[in-house]
Design a protein around this ligand. Sequence first.
Ligand code: HEC
Length: 152
Amino acid sequence: MSLKTISLLLCFSILFGCSPKAPPPKSSLTLKQLMEWVIDPHADVVWDSVKFISNTNGDTEIYPRTDEQWESVRNSSATLIEAGNMLMVVGRSKDDQQWIMYAHQLSQTAELALKASIDKNKDALFDAGGNIYNACKACHDKYADFDKPVAK
Ligand code: HEC
């Protein structure tokens, strides 16, 4: 192969192979599917991880105890952080400013849960769960005519 051919091939691959324009992010999931299949199940992991149960047997405090349990909360918190970004994808966002703000609020509150799970701090995790709930509710109040994010 001559040098000329090689450099020609190189040019070709630089032109056509190496610099394709990145496609815009898109997804086949509807907003409702993203809510029901991604966001809601992961929020449930966080919410169910810390709670008090009072019954005739007395009070039981539920919270993550093993490394695996903390990691599961960590992973779901991380998913919720990214879910905030998924909500901002063009086509999902209902308008510009406010929707983005609510989506951002979900990420920010999930950051608190992530930190709590890494610190293994059950009180902070409980508070973060409340903040996440408020983030869900704030957006639903504005854009969805229901308020039952904890579909049980
Ligand atoms: C940025 C706005 C926004 C945020 C944040 C948000 N949601 Fe939603 N959610 C919506 C909208 C809008 C719908 C209605 C979608 C539809 O019906 O097409 C919805 C629908 C849902 C549904 C489907 C309910 C039904 O009966 O149809 C569930 C479940 C849900 N959200 C859970 C959550 C949870 C849990 C969180 C927080 C962890 C959350 N959402 C955060 C906007 C949001």
